[in-house]
Design a protein around this ligand. Structure first.
Ligand SMILES: Cc1cc2nc3c(=O)[nH]c(=O)nc-3n(C[C@H](O)[C@H](O)[C@H](O)COP(=O)(O)OP(=O)(O)OC[C@H]3O[C@@H](n4cnc5c(N)ncnc54)[C@H](O)[C@@H]3O)c2cc1C
Length: 352
């Protein structure tokens, strides 16, 4: 993940701040999801103007060697964009690890403000060989009273920080009336929060692939979006490969040819997206991150501008997201300014 958290706006207010919060509750939602609630009066200074949608935050996970001592963090709150390099240069056994998570719920207007973060307890995926990382180990041991630092939006800059302008929110459907949301378990918190924000009249599909049926959740939405849970079957000892069900489901909901009203030429409806080596580079391609020239260069020449009031949001394991990117852009011909592709994690690779 890029450290994109200290972008400063035109005013002197930093867009993001570090917040020292306390664990106030730990709740196992399902076999593979643990909700941790963070509270603190400092969270009065946290937030964006409007809904949090897929708002990401950074958790500064203490190293095992820190023995509960506060981390010697660099000066985040000065808005100094050099803090990330300063932090990286520290001894990892001292600085701990930085991990990216989603704000699932916020109760920032309460007397004691809180946010919920839902952790996928990924060491427990019986069928896939995974190792637990610092975040999941921390979540496993977390108990009320524990302290942690999170990095998130500074609401004093909130007049500039809205879902449309804050770089930690990618959901930008514009005027789309038809949506596609697809993600694995790490994207469930974001998809859940996005669905809650959608109004009646929006149609489409949401596909959520999780380890087992026990992980299905009740998600609320006013929209006419069909929500489909897909279970790999981890608890049954015959887990499907990660992403297989998700890829099938997206292909079923967005079939070729002709879905966008164009006839594919030479088997390809749109341009071949540039190759991304997901083992080396972050797969993070969203309209927000593409400059105007890149958007223009990637425009599907077969598609009249504004032809389709459609928006897709795809997140999860980077290899799976890459497959869906190729399918949606090249085979279906969806214009890239109408899709956000986000590799939330990469199999076999720890977040830096
Ligand atoms: C914008 C964004 C939002 C995110 N929101 C959430 C969220 O709300 N909840 C959430 O649980 N995750 C979320 N993630 C994913 C989370 O950041 C990663 O899963 C992260 O790697 C977990 O850190 P770790 O220290 O546990 O494991 P790491 O030290 O990063 O990795 C250790 C090993 O575990 C593997 N691994 C990592 N994650 C998984 C997984 N989910 N399943 C199987 N193996 C895995 C890695 O490939 C590696 O081999 C989000 C990621 C991004 C970029």
């Amino acid at each position: 993940m890029n450290a994109d958290t200290t972008v400063q706006n035109a005013t002197t207010e930093p867009m993001t701040l570090a917040f020292d919060v306390t664990v106030t509750a730990v709740q196992d939602l399902s076999p593979n999801f643990r909700r941790i609630t963070f509270g603190g009066y400092c969270l009065r200074g946290f937030g964006v103007s409007g809904r949090t949608l897929d708002l990401r935050i950074k958790l500064m996970i203490p190293s095992l060697d820190s023995h509960g001592r506060p981390l010697p963090l660099p000066s985040f709150n000065t808005g100094d964009a050099g803090w990330y390099q300063e932090w990286l240069a520290m001894d990892p056994s001292v600085r701990g690890s930085m991990r990216t998570y989603t704000v699932r719920n916020e109760r920032l207007d309460s007397v004691y403000p809180e946010i919920d973060v839902d952790f996928v307890m990924h060491f427990d995926d019986g069928a896939v060989e995974t190792t637990a990382g610092p975040a999941v180990n921390w979540a496993l041991a977390a108990k009320p009273g524990d302290s942690i630092t999170i990095i998130g939006p500074n609401n004093r800059a909130a007049h500039c920080i809205t879902a449309e302008t804050y770089s930690g929110i990618e959901w930008r459907p514009g005027l789309a009336q038809r949506v596609l949301l697809a993600g694995d378990e790490t994207a469930v918190p974001a998809i859940g929060a996005i669905l809650e924000s959608l109004s009646a009249g929006i149609t489409g599909h949401a596909f959520l692939e999780v380890p087992e049926a026990g992980d299905f959740q009740d998600l609320a939405t006013d929209a006419d979006v069909e929500i489909t849970w897909l279970a790999r079957g981890a608890s049954l000892g015959r887990s499907r490969p990660h992403g297989e069900l998700l890829k099938q489901a997206v292909r079923g909901a967005v079939p070729v040819p002709g879905w966008v009203g164009i006839t594919p030429l030479d088997g390809a409806a749109g341009p071949e997206p540039e190759e991304v080596n997901v083992d080396e580079d972050l797969l993070w391609e969203t309209p927000l991150r593409m400059d105007a020239a890149a958007i223009e260069a990637s425009r599907n020449p077969n598609l009249p501008a504004g032809a389709l009031p459609f928006y897709a949001w795809i997140a999860g394991e980077a290899g799976v997201v890459k497959d869906l990117r190729r399918y949606l852009v090249r085979d279906v011909g969806i214009d890239r300014k109408q899709v956000a592709f986000m590799g939330y994690w990469r199999k076999g690779k720890a977040e830096l």
